[in-house]
Structure formats: structure tokens, C-alpha cells
Design a protein around this ligand. Structure first.
Ligand SMILES: Cc1cc2nc3c(=O)[nH]c(=O)nc-3n(C[C@H](O)[C@H](O)[C@H](O)COP(=O)(O)OP(=O)(O)OC[C@H]3O[C@@H](n4cnc5c(N)ncnc54)[C@H](O)[C@@H]3O)c2cc1C
Length: 463
């Protein structure tokens, strides 16, 4: 048994935890980070990065297969093939490179890294069971950054051909038939990628539409694209459990009729939650919000000196939110004055086409009281057309009185890269006039943003 002490102990080396530890180290705090797994957590190892690598490989393959058919640009390619094992090795190489980078950054910041499973003994003492035995750590402040894990369906536990997103991101062969349970962003991102890679994909969703966290106007182009890629959508359909035969999924539609769906792999993507009692947190008897730890605007839990950040604190469960919380908490522990005063957290759904949202969305019936909602369609944007796209739009929600921009959403090819520009506009409390007065390079997708602002002022030029 080894015993050590430190100023700050971070439990979990995902984007929340490792950013917190790096910033704390930079600020001169004696910092220790503990993780049972690899640096980078869910995001880097089995989430954001591997999924985007797979999406990119699938997109390139889809372009080639398109070129092997009747291509509008006159391109031709003969008999394209995908070696999924090679694509996965390439993806693993990117993950490995980034993981090494995180390890290097922690080292450079002077952070001590301990491998093992951490469990609270009390609010200032944590015991770590690792490959080198047990380490007891006494810390002045502790940050819980233990993340979340995929939710399993009680009648469809993970194992065999029933896989989580992590399993789907490490397949070595494209399954002939893939059933995706859950039409949230993870299910649709991965499902679309496999459809492009040639799998026969069926998405089963209990709600009556895809991506229920977004409004129907935003998701319509995604639903149309899924159809165009041959994805079967079974909406309003519940999974009852596995059938008697291998790969059989028993389903019940909205009218109560039961059917059986056959699949070679079943991806269950019905949400993510902290599972079990991560780090034995229950011993601290902290106030919880369901499975999530309750925190205030400074990520403080109810116990002095104990903070929680990232997915373990609930929605929005996004890597960049976890990182921003981690950076803030490190500064708080170092004695700086900080609070969570962000006006909006951007969210990107890397479906085809992509969706990006920042801040307030229109009300269910449109503009809502005191709001202007302005749109500009990509069909009127030359760059979108020259990229072979044209579907989707940019939408701005602004106050009617001051024209302050409260929210921006877009759906269309390549709109993920708008997240920065949109966030900047909302964070800086820009008005429609500010965006309308920018000069956007021609021809770029950004012109649609300026045009939407001009439209909000009743003076759009290209529509
Ligand atoms: C398929 C997929 C795609 C995604 N795509 C995106 C995306 O494009 N953009 C985006 O913003 N987000 C995306 N996410 C979500 C993103 O991965 C999470 O929001 C992010 O990883 C949360 O960071 P975190 O630091 O809170 O926790 P995590 O990244 O989950 O890290 C938690 C760490 O804590 C460790 N840990 C847990 N318990 C203990 C313990 N007792 N002792 C020691 N260590 C412990 C775990 O091993 C893990 O490494 C995606 C997720 C998935 C699954």
C-alpha cells in the first residue's frame, strides 16, 4: 500500500478530467489524475474521435461508389472496395496519436498519472486499486469526472451480436444487416456510416421521429437523406427483446402488432448515463439528480472541496462542455474567481447532412412572442450547390426589440464548421445588424449566415 497526498485529485482522464488536470498543473497546483482506462476517456477512445473517423471513411467510400454509378460530375471509378479492418487500424492510429498527445500534455504540466479504479473513502481520501497495488490519496480538493456509459435495454443486454457504440466502432467487417436501436445522434451517426459502407441498416425508434431533441424542421433533411441511403426507419416501434433465433429482434409497432427483425449486429444506442456507483460516490451522500451529481454554477457539489464535471453532471453530455467545466474548476481550485457564465453550448450532430445548434431554438409554433426567426436556404447559396449539396438552411432566432441574437441553427452539408462562428455571435451578444454587416467571402457557406441576418432585418439580397 502506497500513500500520497496532493492539492488536487482528478478522478477520470476523459476530456473533462484531463483538461482540468492540465490547467491545474499549469497553475502550479500539485495535481494527480487517476483513470482505470486510457487517457482521453470516452471521447477520444470510443466516442467523438473514432466515430468521426468512421464517418469520414464511410463518406469517402460512398463518394467512390457513387462515382462507380451514374455520377453528375462525370466522374467514374471502377469497383471500389472498403477494407473495414484497414479503416479501423487507421482510426486506431489517430486515437493512439491523440492519446499519446494527452499523456505528453499531462506530463508537461507536471501532473502525476495513476492507473487504477478510484473509490472514495471520504471526501478527502480516495483509494486506487491499480496494477501496482493500492494507493491511498489524500487531497485538498477532488474533481469527479467519471463520465457516463451506454445504457443497456433490460431485455437486450450487451453481449454477442448486441453491441454498444464502442463495439460498433471496432468492427472488423461491415455487417450485412445492422439493426440500430435508438434514433438519437449516436445511433444515426454510426447507422448512416454503416449504410454508406454497404450494410442494410434498419433504425428502430420508440418515438415518432428521429433526433427528438431537435425540431422537425432541422431533422427533415436528415430523414430524407437516411431514406436516400436506403436506411429503413421504424418509428413508433418498441423493442420487446431478442427473438428465439440468432440475431432476431422482437418488435412491436404503434398499433401493437409484433414482428421480428433479423440482423447480423444489433447496435443499442438508447442513451448514456453514469452506471452503478462510479468511484463509490454514494459514500459521500451527495444530492443527486437521478443518476447525475448535482452541481452549482461553479461545478461544486454539496460537499466542500468536492467538484463534479462533464457527463457525470448530466446534459448536455458533450466533450467541449466537460472541457470548459474542467478548465473553470482548475482555476477555482487555484483561487481564481470563475463561474459558468456561458450563454450557450454548441452541439453538432454529424449526420448526413450535419446539424449544428447554438442557444435558443424557435418555439414549437414558430417565432414565439418577442422573437424574430429568420432563415436562409442553402438552395440559394452557390457554394452549397458547387459542393454537390443544397439541402438545409441557416436559421437565426433574435429578440424583436433589440435584434440581439439568442440562437442559431443550421442543417446542411459541412455546417459543423459553423459551430465556432455561431457560438461567437451568441457569446458576444451580437445583433442581427452585426452579422448582416460582416463581409463573408464568396463563394462560401458563410454567406448563408449573413443572408439569414439580412433576412431577419427584412433585406435579404439573394432570395
Ligand atoms: C459514439 C460517441 C460519439 C460521441 N461524439 C461526440 C461528439 O462528436 N462531440 C461531443 O462533444 N461529444 C461526443 N460524445 C460524448 C463525449 O464522448 C462525452 O460527452 C465526453 O467524453 C464526456 O467527457 P467526461 O470527461 O465527462 O467523461 P468520459 O470521457 O466518459 O471519461 C470518464 C473517464 O473516467 C474514468 N473512470 C470512471 N470511473 C472511474 C473510477 N472509479 N476510477 C478511475 N477512473 C474512472 C473512465 O475510465 C473514463 O476514462 C460522443 C460519445 C459517444 C459514445
Amino acid at each position: 500500500m502506497t500513500a500520497i497526498s496532493c492539492t488536487l485529485l482528478v478522478i477520470g482522464a476523459g476530456p473533462g478530467g484531463y483538461v482540468c488536470a492540465i490547467r491545474a498543473g499549469q497553475l502550479g497546483l500539485d495535481t494527480v489524475i487517476v483513470d482505470a482506462g486510457e487517457d482521453g476517456g470516452t471521447c477520444l477512445n470510443v466516442g467523438c474521435i473514432p466515430s468521426k473517423a468512421l464517418i469520414h471513411a464511410a463518406e469517402d467510400y460512398a463518394r467512390l461508389t457513387h462515382a462507380a454509378g451514374d455520377h453528375p460530375f462525370g466522374l467514374s471509378a471502377r469497383d471500389p472496395k472498403i477494407d473495414l479492418a484497414a479503416a479501423m487500424d487507421w482510426k486506431d492510429g489517430i486515437v493512439e496519436r491523440l492519446r499519446t498527445g494527452v499523456g505528453g500534455l499531462l506530463k508537461r504540466a507536471g501532473v502525476r498519472r495513476i492507473r487504477g479504479e478510484a473509490a472514495f473513502r471520504d471526501g478527502k481520501t480516495v483509494e486506487v486499486q491499480g496494477p501496482d497495488g493500492t494507493t491511498t490519496i489524500r487531497a485538498e480538493a477532488v474533481v469527479i469526472a467519471t463520465g457516463a456509459a451506454p445504457v443497456a435495454l433490460p431485455d437486450l443486454p450487451f453481449g454477442g451480436d448486441v453491441i454498444s457504440s464502442a463495439g460498433a466502432l471496432s468492427l472488423r467487417e461491415v455487417p450485412k444487416r445492422l439493426a440500430v436501436v435508438g434514433a438519437g445522434y449516436i445511433g444515426l451517426e454510426i447507422g448512416t456510416a454503416y449504410a454508406k459502407l454497404g450494410a442494410d441498416v434498419t433504425v428502430v425508434e420508440a418515438a415518432d421521429r428521429i433526433l427528438p431533441q431537435y425540431d422537425a424542421e432541422l431533422t427533415r433533411p436528415v430523414a430524407a437523406s437516411l431514406k436516400a441511403h436506403g436506411v429503413t426507419l421504424l418509428l413508433g416501434t418498441k423493442v420487446l427483446g431478442q427473438g428465439e433465433g440468432a440475431g432476431e429482434l422482437r418488435l412491436q409497432d404503434a398499433d401493437g402488432a409484433e414482428t421480428v427483425l433479423k440482423a447480423d449486429k444489433i447496435l443499442v444506442a438508447v442513451g448514456r448515463r453514469p452506471q452503478g456507483d462510479p468511484a463509490n460516490v454514494s459514500t459521500l451522500a451527495l444530492p443527486m439528480d437521478g443518476p447525475f451529481i448535482k452541481v452549482d454554477a461553479q461545478c461544486r457539489t454539496a460537499m466542500r472541496g468536492v467538484y463534479a464535471i462533464g457527463d457525470v453532471t448530466g446534459e448536455p453530455m458533450l466533450a467541449h462542455r466537460a472541457m470548459a467545466q474542467g478548465e473553470m474548476v482548475a482555476e477555482l481550485v487555484a483561487g481564481r474567481r470563475r463561474a459558468w457564465d456561458h450563454r450557450a453550448v454548441p452541439a453538432v450532430c454529424f449526420t448526413d447532412p450535419e446539424i449544428v445548434t447554438v442557444g435558443e431554438a424557435p418555439g414549437p409554433s414558430g417565432a414565439g412572442e418577442g422573437r424574430i426567426v429568420a432563415r436562409f436556404p442553402f438552395t440559394a447559396n452557390p457554394r452549397a450547390l458547387t459542393l454537390g449539396g443544397g439541402e438545409g438552411f441557416v436559421r437565426i432566432v433574435a429578440r424583436s426589440d433589440s435584434h440581439e441574437i439568442l440562437g442559431i441553427q443550421a442543417v446542411g452539408t459541412g455546417v459543423a464548421e459553423f459551430a465556432g462562428q455561431f457560438s461567437l455571435a451568441v457569446e458576444m451578444a451580437s445583433r442581427l445588424e452585426d452579422v448582416a454587416a460582416t463581409i463573408q467571402a464568396h463563394p462560401t457557406l458563410g454567406e448563408a449566415f449573413q443572408e439569414a441576418a439580412l433576412g431577419g432585418l427584412g433585406r435579404a439580397l439573394h432570395i
